[in-house]
Design a protein around this ligand. Structure first.
Ligand code: UT7
Length: 338
């Protein structure tokens, strides 16, 4: 049994905000933001919500896979910015798509969220519990930014990306009744995963939830925002990500030289350049979306994957690495044969 991504989709809010736009409302500049991070603009939600962006991205992924919403057995949304505490964003997406048979739930693993969700879907599919999964990474981070803190708010953006993942037999064929979208796609698929967490260092990137508020304790209901020790997160990323990628390559029995693309979480171009250097890989193999999306946390990896898919960059048999890292702290990498 193997699992394969058979369709991708993404959705960005209509409104684009450039670095120059931000420099008109706070003490920053295009020069500082683009030279330190590679980010030039980001999309910020106005009417869009985490659920509406997810529904659009997921709908496009289903269309790209050539399957109907009713065929989805498992629907996982990775997000830290759901519109409700309950229902989950995944349940909202189920209703929005009409995925009536799906079991739906959210995962919170911040910027590693899509990778954690993909691994979870892979495990369900591998064991034969489900056959078709829809995995979404979606955020409206702009609502948890402190817009008076230039050291964080300029970095993040809003958006969603999605992938349809399906189980196949070892020979690459679907089992009877598994619907359209498969047998011609061959074997390969998700070859290996590697993931980890370090809650001991979690406070370097945090956004507090509600404090206790009940008849025993009266805390004011004030909203909280993202706070980050950027340099600590930077050090974590440039050491953990290459090590995680080397471990997952080893697990897959694949040499770094065989990898066509490294699809990394889009936090900072300098982190990506450092990872490329540590892996002794050509930085040209590391596609970017951060220049026009900023850091979209759980949505970064699937948005970039969809952009690559739409541009026709992914060909059958290509081996790619995907890697996410961030809040928790968490990290996760995978090797995929397209
Ligand atoms: O997705 C989760 C993962 N997150 C990350 O991976 C983020 C990792 N960290 C980073 O990418 C970088 O640490 C940042 C981009 C967040 C910051 O870059 P830095 O080179 O570490 O800058 P810094 O925090 O050391 O700040 C340098 C200077 C400071 O001024 P002084 O103290 O040197 O006078 C800041 O006040 O830059 C100033 N600064 C800004 N200036 C203009 C901070 N933010 C801004 C800003 N515009 N937006």
């Amino acid at each position: 049994m193997t699992t394969r991504i058979i369709g991708t989709g993404s959705s960005l809010p209509k409104q684009t905000v450039t670095n120059d736009d931000l420099s008109k409302i706070m003490d920053t500049s295009d020069e500082w933001i683009s030279s330190r991070t590679g980010i030039r603009e980001r999309h910020l939600a106005k009417e869009e919500t985490t659920a509406s962006l997810s529904v659009e991205a997921a709908g496009k992924a289903l269309q790209n896979a050539g399957i109907r919403a009713e065929e989805v057995d498992l629907l996982i949304v990775a997000t830290i910015t759901g519109d409700y505490v309950t229902p989950s964003t995944a349940c909202e997406v189920q209703a929005g798509l009409g995925a009536s048979r799906a079991v739906a739930f959210d995962i919170n693993a911040a910027c590693s969220g899509f990778m954690f969700a993909l691994h979870t879907a892979h495990a369900y599919l591998q064991t034969g519990i489900y056959r078709t999964a829809l995995v979404v990474g979606a955020e409206t981070l702009s609502k948890i930014m402190d817009w008076s803190d230039r050291s964080t708010c300029v970095l993040f953006g809003d958006g969603a990306g999605a992938a349809v993942v399906r189980a196949f037999g070892e020979d690459g064929t679907e089992k009877e009744g598994m619907g359209k979208g498969g047998s011609e796609k061959g074997c390969g698929g998700l070859l290996a995963f590697e993931q980890g967490s370090d809650g001991f260092r979690g406070k370097v990137l945090a956004c507090e939830g509600r404090k206790n508020h009940n008849p025993l304790v009266q805390n004011p209901l004030v909203p909280s925002y993202v706070g980050m020790d950027g340099q600590e997160v930077y050090k974590f990323a440039v050491s953990t990500v290459p090590a995680s990628i080397l471990r997952v390559l080893d697990r897959a029995g694949v040499d770094a030289g065989e990898i066509k693309y490294f699809v990394l979480h889009q936090a900072n171009i300098r982190i990506i350049q450092s990872v490329a250097k540590r892996l002794k890989a050509d930085v040209g193999k590391f596609p970017l979306s951060l220049d026009h999306c900023g850091n979209v946390s759980a949505a970064s990896v699937p948005i970039l994957l969809d952009e690559m898919n739409q541009k026709g960059m992914l060909e059958k048999g290509d081996k790619i690495v995907m890697s996410g890292f961030g809040g928790g702290l968490t990290w996760a990498s995978a090797v995929i044969e397209w």
